[in-house]
Design a protein around this ligand. Structure first.
Ligand code: ZN
Length: 825
């Protein structure tokens, strides 16, 4: 076949059997080496020119993704938008992508993935009455393993991309759950997303057939990055090819037409790829630390706020659906592949900080108002101080609540003595209250069994019987001992030497929580690519302190990184390890005043925190969107979400985090990258103070045994308390769950109201890779229910009874349940 191809010239009659699908395109980076207002202007110029060419050249086509671009044109250039709408309607203008923008897929939450498609496709449907069916991520830096299922749930059957491929131009891409999409890897054909048109395209046709069996291929052409699109010369070149004989068929086409044509062909030759398309730019999992943290907070708070508001709406609270949509759209905008990855210049990030800060503030306000609407409907028990604790996650959980035990000035009841108090649950069971500060009456109490997507009211009162004693914490420096753990610190190194779990007698040693300075060699594209590390060393310890009280111990280590060049000042890091009396994990707060500035002159520092491998035969697994994925233990940096784990068959160590994405594993340690001194394109990406948290979780057996997905979600989405007014009077129950799932391996990711206002939506996924039969228990009897996709389109009816829905999950399956609820009076 190869010889035959070589014998065919590009003007041979046989070429008429081949077809090149011309897809005009302009790659648009929303903000990168420019700010968004510049992006708006060149997007308008690009779109105006494309629409004009459509008038001038019959049949000329153009394809564009990203609902946020269309939204901007609608807002700022309504006349152009009206012109574009006609072109979309007549098929010359193709909507692709289906997402809010071409954004990162590795570092965004489960729900962010769903909302990209929900709001991107909803916008396309509302304005154009069309749904994009081709996923479109030409420049996105890598693609997560569950993307095939995410695409299908988002209405897309196909995927067009350029980075992270496996050298196959066309393949079936299979996700963890078995879902497959047809994926086209442009550079594997020798081309790129902003290619020119030349005779080289004809050779691509022959090569593509050799690899795939298809005589049709796609030619994406047009100037890009800073907009542009097809030029007059390119269009005229295409028209000239169309006129001359003995050439391949050349036609103005769309990505959709190309993929649909492919599906009519025998594709038995193409491979199936059962892997993610990573890593691409490993520096991007860490660069611009603050933006990643703000994204994580905005995602977590919006998810929590939706759950609170959805439950509160059952009692009449007006669900702020449009505010949530705006918040998600703005979060999704900042996922753009030069924003969240940290590869932009500094000015755009000032806007990003303002946007995400506003989202966070609004979510907090919604949470407060929704909690208020529920708490006024309770009648507290007489005496003491009552608090309602809301659980924004979809499983029953326990947790410490910190609050001020200050009663209303109008409460004439008994005086509450915070030093001698207990907390009482609705079932009468009592738990501990720990006074943390006498003057302000700041205290911590144990909130037990707070129902899934619901709340429980607790009363704090003076203890009548014998006091419930705090779980013991004793410090015999350098050892901190509780009922559950023996934690031995190393005061010379500023690390944890070992954690012994008393229940099993197992010791996890070798050094945990070691802050290291990794010196990255200088190279170009420093924000994108980790420099080669020839040298790393522990950060220099300069002091420690130990404080213990009531039921916990705080161990603080202080480290310094001296200025490494004339631009830098000394960087100070403080790690505060906290050991609670009855906890089986050790949490750490990292306060970092980052003053290192990278230059081209010499290697630049990156901070990592290391956790020694507990035992030989270890495998590394990192959480990924809607899943978990094994990684090689070769030191290579890979992206992950809220947890990373090193486990041998008998036991392992996991680390939860609230803001990090760059993880690496070696045979001797798991490392989390904290911050970098990249210098290009932003010379000073993350100066100043940062606070991050992680938690060390030793566990028996593999990661599947440690409920890591739930624990990490709890670490990122805390319980939400509110004081019950002492004179509130209502008939609301003292505990309530709107929805819960019986199977431990099925993890809910959201509870919200349906976009069309017709009920409640809950999404969950199977999180361990094993099948599940789950019973979803309902707090309110529904009038019906359906399984839907991310767009909330009906897929199948659900087996709904008065108080439950039965559900079967295949391994790693994502399911979305939409329940119809009785109309409120
Ligand atoms: Zn780009």
């Amino acid at each position: 076949m190869h010889e035959v191809n070589d014998a065919i010239s590009h003007t041979h009659p046989v070429m008429e059997e081949y077809t090149g699908h011309l897809v005009g395109h302009a790659h648009i980076d929303l903000q990168w080496l420019w700010e968004w207002q510049e992006g708006i202007v060149f997007t308008a110029d690009t779109f105006r020119q494309a629409a004009k060419f459509m008038d001038e050249f019959k049949g000329f086509t153009f394809s564009q993704s990203s609902s946020c671009l269309y939204q901007a044109i609608e807002e700022h250039y309504p006349d152009l938008f009206a012109h574009m709408k006609k072109k979309v309607a007549n098929g010359q203008w193709e909507l692709v992508g289906g997402r809010v923008c071409e954004g990162d897929t590795n570092m965004i939450s489960h729900e962010s993935h769903a909302r990209h498609f929900l709001y991107g496709q909803s916008y396309f449907r509302e304005r154009f009455k069309k749904t994009a069916v081709v996923g479109w991520e030409p420049d996105t830096f890598g693609h997560t393993i569950q993307m095939p299922q995410i695409l299908k749930m988002g209405g897309c059957d196909y995927y067009y991309f350029c980075r992270g491929g496996k050298d196959a131009p066309l393949f079936w891409w299979q996700g963890l759950d078995g879902t497959k999409v047809l994926a086209f890897d442009e550079p594997a054909t020798g081309s790129w997303y902003n290619s020119d048109l030349s005779e080289k395209n004809f050779q691509e046709l022959l090569d593509f057939e050799k690899d795939t069996g298809s005589k049709d291929t796609i030619w994406v052409y047009g100037i890009g990055n800073h907009g542009g699109g097809p030029t007059r010369e390119q269009i005229e070149q295409a028209l000239a090819w169309m006129k001359s004989g003995n050439k391949p068929n050349v036609k103005f086409s769309t990505a959709t037409q190309f993929f649909k044509k492919l599906e009519t062909k025998d594709l038995s030759k193409i491979p199936t790829v059962k892997d993610d398309l990573n890593p691409v730019f490993d520096g991007c999992y860490t660069s611009h630390s603050e933006i990643k943290q703000l994204n994580r907070q905005a995602e977590a708070l919006t998810t929590s706020a939706e759950a609170v508001a959805a439950v509160a709406s059952l009692g009449g609270f007006k669900y702020p659906g449009s505010a949530f949509r705006t918040n998600w759209e703005q979060i999704a905008f900042e996922h753009h592949h030069d924003t969240l990855p940290g590869s932009g210049t500094h000015p755009p990030y000032e806007r990003t900080k303002t946007t995400l800060g506003r989202v966070i503030a609004e979510d907090k306000e919604i949470i407060t108002r929704a909690l208020e609407s529920m708490v006024v409907k309770l009648t507290p028990k007489q005496g003491g101080l009552s608090l309602m604790v809301f659980n924004p996650t979809g499983w029953k959980r326990n947790g410490w609540i910190e609050t001020y035990l200050v009663k209303s000035g109008w409460d004439s009841g008994e005086d509450l003595d915070p030093a001698n108090a207990v907390v009482e649950a609705p079932d009468g069971r009592e738990s501990r209250v720990i006074l943390l500060d006498k003057r302000s009456k700041f205290a911590r109490f144990w909130a037990a069994d707070v129902p899934a997507f619901g709340y429980r009211a607790f009363r704090i009162k003076n203890a009548e019987g014998p006091r419930i004693m705090a779980a013991d914490v004793s410090v015999e420096w350098p050892v901190v001992e509780t009922d559950k753990l023996t934690v031995k610190f190393n005061q010379d190194r500023g690390t944890i030497d070992s954690i012994k779990v008393k229940e099993t007698g197992r010791t996890f040693g070798g050094g945990l929580g070691k802050v290291e300075v990794h010196w990255e060699n200088v190279q170009n594209m420093s924000a994108w690519v980790l420099g080669k590390v020839d040298k790393f060393e522990p950060m220099r310890l300069v002091g420690h302190a130990v404080a213990s009280s009531a039921d916990h111990a705080n161990v603080t280590f202080r480290y310094v990184l001296p200025a490494h060049n004339a631009e830098s000042r000394p960087t100070v890091v403080v790690q505060t390890f906290r050991i609670l009396g009855d906890s089986d994990e050790v949490t750490c707060q990292v306060d970092c005043d980052w003053q290192a500035v990278g230059t081209r002159a010499r290697p630049n520092p990156m901070l990592r925190v290391a956790f020694a491998n507990p035992m030989p035969g270890t495998t590394a697994t990192f959480q990924v969107p809607f899943g978990a994925y094994a990684r090689p233990t070769n030191g290579r940096e890979f992206p992950g979400l809220q947890w990373a784990d090193l486990s041998a068959p008998e036991a392992g160590i996991a680390v939860l985090n609230d803001s990090k994405h760059g993880f690496s594993a070696e045979s001797d340690a798991l490392r989390i990258s904290l911050i970098r001194a990249s210098f290009e394109p932003d010379p000073v990406p993350n100066p100043g103070k940062h606070t991050w948290h992680y938690s060390i979780v030793p566990h028996e057996r593999g990661w599947q045994n440690a409920r890591l997905t739930q624990r990490a979600a709890e670490f990122n989405q805390p319980l939400l308390p509110i004081t019950v007014p002492f004179d509130a009077h209502g008939d609301a129950p003292h505990e309530f769950s709107a929805m819960s799932v019986s199977a431990d391996n099925v993890v809910p990711t959201c509870l919200k109201l349906a976009e069309d206002g017709s009920g409640m939506v809950m999404r969950a996924y199977e999180s361990l890779g094993v099948p599940a039969n789950a019973r979803i228990r309902l707090g309110v009897p529904p009038t019906g229910g359906n399984w839907v996709n991310f767009l909330e389109d009906r897929l199948a009816s659900a087996a709904v009874s008065a108080n439950a829905v039965e559900a079967v999950f295949r391994p790693w399956e994502i399911k979305t349940l939409k329940l119809a609820l009785p109309r409120r009076r």
